[in-house]
Design a protein around this ligand. Structure first.
Ligand code: NAP
Ligand code: G4F
Length: 336
């Protein structure tokens, strides 16, 4: 039986990856931070099937302990302060977790079980001010947030440990992936939550920042398969994981409203832009500059050719199904 250690197991990706590895017969260990109230986040439903180890990636002692306890053959480092917006408010905490935390995990592997395979959760945020479209493994990086900068360190320290110590260490450069388990501060879930509340008369309006922004959005369930495949290869390598499609935030809004039979008509521009419910004439979307970022990533569009040809990875869940699933899930939750 293979053993895996997942940091960030309570998050969106950690939970889907844990399910996938359990299905494949792995013994699954997860590093979890202590909270004032005991709760297991997205792994509540499988908490009896996994072994929770308390720890924090910024605390090397706890990471070493997790490595010793789990005796992991594969380590997936998903722990992060993952919300880009917060990284301007907490740049140092973001750096401690998303940059130095990676070294703590790599050091624990090197010290305790150097033959273990390591996956680092790199991100399309590394491309930031994109230097080419679409972005691929060879596209130069230009991060645009403290989050992106911290992740760039994580990316390069992973490469450095591979080259310095001959470790099986690799990074998945994953483009945005969402799901029913996405945190509500991220734009997709914020939209589907608001759309369903507006439909049920529980909220009047959705306030957003930059709706011109474009993202390559896939479903997290598809993306965790790519993480696992990356650790099943003969040699470690880095891969872009993306859909090869990009959509504006505004399109996501329209699509989400369409699944609750509301047609949106747009009027005005910039901060004056509003979305109106065609059938009632009510304003249901407006712009609030509070959600603008100090520096924006305008467009992300990934080229997944290498992952498709080398790993045999393919995404199964389309953009439309992603939005539909998220809307349906939020509706079901509200209806109880
Ligand atoms: P998420 O839902 O925010 O999950 C992050 C996880 O990290 C949570 O379990 C969180 O635990 C944990 N964590 C935070 N700080 C920690 C610390 N100091 N020590 C230990 N655990 C800590 O993020 P996600 O969407 O699943 O993303 C997983 C990883 O992929 C992240 O590294 C993210 O940056 C990266 N990524 C995500 C995307 C995407 O579109 N989703 C794209 C590219 C890369 P708590 O429950 O205690 O907060
Ligand atoms: O949903 P977002 O907050 O995700 P973002 O910044 O793209 O980051 C996510 O994807 C990265 C991969 O590329 C991950 F590494 C990272 O951990 C995270 O999972 O914002 C998406 C876009 C941005 O351009 C933002 O400015 O939506 C725009 N936006 C417009 N209005 C908004 C809002 N974003 C949020 N969160 N809230 C708004 O009201």
């Amino acid at each position: 039986m293979k053993k895996a250690l997942i940091t960030g197991i309570t998050g969106q990706d950690g939970s889907y990856l844990a399910e996938l590895l359990l299905e494949k017969g792995y013994e699954v260990h997860g590093l979890m931070r202590r909270k004032s109230k005991l709760e297991f986040g997205n792994v509540e439903h499988i908490k009896d099937k996994i072994n929770i180890i308390y720890g924090d990636v910024t605390d090397p002692i706890s990471v070493m302990n997790a490595m010793k306890t789990s005796e992991a053959d594969e380590v997936y480092n998903l722990a992060a302060q993952s919300f880009v917006g917060t990284s301007w408010e907490q740049p140092l905490a973001t750096a401690h977790i998303d940059a130095l935390g990676v070294t703590n995990v790599l050091e624990a592997i090197r010290t305790i079980k150097p033959e273990a395979k390591f996956y680092q959760a790199s991100t399309s945020e590394l491309y930031g001010l994109v230097q080419e479209i679409p972005q691929k493994e060879t596209t130069p990086f230009y991060p645009r947030s403290p989050y992106g900068v911290a992740k760039l360190y994580g990316h390069w320290i992973t490469k450095n440990y591979k080259e310095s110590y001959d470790m099986y260490a690799c990074s998945g450069i994953l483009f945005n992936h969402e799901s029913e388990r996405r945190g509500k501060e991220f734009v997709t879930r914020k939209i589907t939550d608001a759309v369903t509340r507006i439909k049920l008369g529980l909220q009047d309006k959705l306030e957003l920042g930059n709706m011109e922004s474009k993202r390559d959005w896939g479903h997290a369930q598809d993306y965790v398969r790519a993480m696992w495949l990356m650790l099943q290869q003969e040699e470690p390598d880095d891969y872009v994981v993306a859909t090869g499609e990009t959509h504006k935030v505004r399109e996501f809004v329209e699509k989400a409203f369409s699944f609750v039979n509301i047609n949106v008509e747009w009027q005005g521009e910039g901060v004056e832009e509003i979305g109106i419910d065609k059938s009632t004439g009510k304003i249901i979307v407006s712009v609030n500059p509070q959600f603008f970022r100090p520096a924006e990533v305008d467009i992300l569009l990934g080229d997944p050719t290498k992952a498709e040809t080398t790993l045999g990875w393919n995404r199964e869940i389309s953009f439309d199904s992603l939005v539909e699933r998220m809307v349906k899930n939020d509706l079901d939750k509200l209806k109880g």
